[in-house]
Ligand binder design. Structure first.
Ligand code: WT7
Length: 651
């Protein structure tokens, strides 16, 4: 095994399913045959087998209002009932739903019976604050069990959650609260990260109180976690523990239409404004449960499953909350980061909880890889039987390292391609069925249909790189962008009419396996998180010293891409501010405006930017500069000399 991040041989290796694995796997090859015989009947079967319906559906798909799909739409379902009560009713009440580990090392064990009881009370608390079906509730919490309880309580009422990742700034939080007109915000005083408390409540206060924002919010429910001092607004702010202690314990889950909105989750697009991706109930939960069962081969009685994503991202929604709980799985939930208080924390947790299935991101794997094998080798990882990867392409060398060092040289790896918009996994090997190929996400799951097209919409032959499209509607597809139907149509459907344009480049090889080639639009992927160049540029130009800014995603060994900005200062400041000071000020400015995840790794202060005659910034060329590559074709620039000046300034 090579220690380097590159390993050209790895790409050619093949791993057939281990025999012992295949004979016990949830999935088998007949799924593909069933789905291709009658795709809609296949999905209807999954919806009936995996979920409990308050009222059975008779219609599977209504695509007459395309591109807004309706799945199972005459059926009624309660999402929380499916994740909770039914497991208790069928005798699994004592099964652990969540082994929770706090960052400081405190822990809690929550059974399905206990989680159900908490969600019932929380639903009563929210209902008491006036939250009813269709109302929006913003959730701004650390990775604590109350995040799961809150999401399920909202779902139980037929209300809509909008979870905002705890790393986002007050501005980002406010614009999301405003866009969804959230009635209530659920937050915590603070959470734990790297041995310290980070405050959350003050950010909520700032989001609500400054500039007359967030006028829709009537109450803020506050979980005590960090025990940090917080300001309090009587009448508006309510302690979670007080409300829960006073809450009624019984709450009967009522059925809601299958197309009842379940959540809005904001993600970056190609413009400066994030998109509120809307997901609904029955179809979403069907595909969440189906993929969680078959891709992760989950055995609820014996497995301990761990998805390391934060609930603030789609991976946390589908594979921390809805998929595993719908399937009655036992999972680990962890508040902290991989490297605190020591770089073996994750492996220590796997040993402690006997985690058998681990789902994480390539960026994490690559950072562990850099630290070497000695750290994981100190722990007993023999419980691991399956590994998953998500967020960006996993390079073959990292794939091999993951399998050898974490998976004991035997655990299958599922490289899962999907998006916030797709709601659940779309392309992935099936463990026990697929012969694995490092670096490739391989094949669409049974029930999913994809194609690779050229820019004009022509189907491409195997081997040619093109644009990934999804050719048939799927149950967990987004139903739109909150409050902006036009943007939904233009972002995903305008390019190819009846096919969903994912925004990713891809190629299908001679075996029919899919290789993802990264985004083809102005969207960056940093540590598996989606960031928009336009959003960061607009944050930069909102600073008074900036005249113009261009942002690119430059290749980075660990994070996949890193945010690199090229900034022209206003002439009145250009001579007075040291470039290093300007760069530091602006990095902080972006973090304050959007959130720490968007903070540029590098900001270059330059005199000019490369533009075409029509005034468009040539980001492709700036990427060449940022990556230290020979600069590509500059013939369309107004002034080709600009680039050599920038290059000289930067290197
Ligand atoms: C974008 C979606 C879906 C969960 C996390 C990210 C990239 C995601 C893979 C993969 C190659 C991947 C794509 C996609 N991506 N998984 N296995 N191989 N690329 O969700 O923020 O909605 O981003 O992440 O570019 O379009 P997201």
């Amino acid at each position: 095994m090579s220690d380097s991040l590159e390993n050209p041989q790895a790409k050619r290796l093949r791993f057939p399913p281990p025999r012992g694995f295949a004979s016990h796997a949830n999935a088998d090859a007949t799924l593909y045959a069933q789905a291709s015989t009658d795709r809609l009947a296949f999905w209807a079967q999954q919806a009936r087998d995996l979920l409990s319906w308050h009222k059975p559906f008779t219609r599977t798909l209504d695509w007459s209002q395309a591109p807004v799909a309706k799945w199972f739409d005459d059926g009624e379902i309660n999402i929380a009932y499916n994740c909770l009560d039914r497991h208790v009713e069928t005798g699994a009440g004592d099964r652990v739903a969540i082994h929770w580990e706090g960052e400081p090392g405190d822990s809690r064990e929550i059974t399905y019976a206990e989680l159900t009881a908490d969600v019932k009370k929380a639903a009563n608390v929210l209902a008491g604050l006036g939250v009813g079906a269709g109302d929006r509730v913003a959730v701004y919490l650390p990775m604590i069990p109350e995040a799961v309880v809150t999401m399920l309580a909202i779902a139980r009422l037929g209300a809509v959650h909008s979870v905002v990742f705890g790393g986002f700034s007050a501005d980002s939080l406010r614009s999301r609260i405003d866009d969804a007109e959230a009635k209530v915000v659920v937050t915590a005083d603070g959470g734990w990260r790297k041995g310290k408390v980070f405050a959350l409540k003050p950010t909520v206060d700032a989001a609500i109180e400054e500039d007359g924002g967030a006028a829709s919010v009537t109450n803020v429910l506050v979980v005590r976690r960090g025990e940090n001092e917080v300001a309090w607004k009587e009448g508006r702010d309510i302690w979670w523990h007080d409300a829960m202690a006073a809450a009624e314990t019984e709450h009967v889950a009522q059925g809601f239409p299958a197309e009842q909105p379940l959540f809005i989750l904001y993600t970056s697009g190609t413009t400066g404004t994030p998109k509120g991706i809307l997901h609904t109930s029955g179809g979403y939960l069907t595909q969440a449960a189906y993929t969680h069962k078959n891709v992760f081969d989950i055995k609820p009685e014996t497995d301990v499953y761990w998805c390391t994503a934060d609930v603030g991202w789609i991976t946390g929604h589908t594979y921390v909350v809805y998929g595993p709980l719908a399937n009655g799985a036992t999972q680990l939930m962890f508040e902290g980061t991989p490297d605190a208080p020591h770089p073996g924390r994750w492996w220590e947790l796997i040993e402690k909880y006997k985690v058998s299935i681990l789902y994480t991101a390539p960026t994490a794997i690559r950072s562990f890889m850099k630290l070497g094998t000695a750290i994981p080798e100190k722990y007993d990882l023999s419980s691991i039987r399956l590994l998953g990867s998500v967020g960006e392409p996993i390079n073959p060398a990292a794939w091999i390292w993951y399998r050898d060092v974490i998976g004991g040289g035997k655990a299958p790896i599922v490289d899962t391609w999907w998006q916030t918009e797709t709601g659940a996994i779309m392309v992935s090997p099936l463990p026990g069925v697929t012969t694995l190929k490092p670096g490739s996400a391989q094949t669409p799951l049974p029930g999913i249909q994809i194609d690779i097209l050229d820019d004009d919409g022509n189907h491409l032959e195997q081997g040619d790189a093109g644009l990934l499209v999804i050719t048939e509607p799927w149950p967990s597809m987004l139903r739109g962008i909150w409050g902006n139907e036009e943007r939904y149509k233009s972002a995903y459907w305008e390019k190819f009419g009846d096919k969903y344009f994912a925004g990713d480049g891809a190629r299908i090889d001679d075996d029919g396996d899919l290789w993802l080639l990264g985004r083809v639009d102005d969207v960056m992927n940093v540590s598996g998180h989606r960031l928009s160049t336009a959003e960061i540029e607009s944050a930069l130009v909102s600073n008074n010293i900036v005249a113009e800014a261009a942002v690119v995603g430059a290749a980075d060994e660990t994070t996949g891409q890193a945010v690199v900005a090229f900034v022209i200062l206003k002439s009145e400041f250009a001579n007075d501010i040291e470039p290093a000071d300007a760069s530091a000020t602006l990095r902080k400015h972006v973090a304050d405006h959007i959130g720490a995840i968007a903070r540029p790794a590098k900001i270059y202060i330059v005199a000019e930017l490369p533009k075409t005659r029509s005034g468009k910034i040539m980001r492709r060329l700036l990427r060449d500069v940022a990556e230290g590559r020979p600069i590509g074709d500059t013939t369309t620039l107004t002034d080709p000399a600009v680039l050599s000046i920038i290059d000289a300034q930067v290197h």
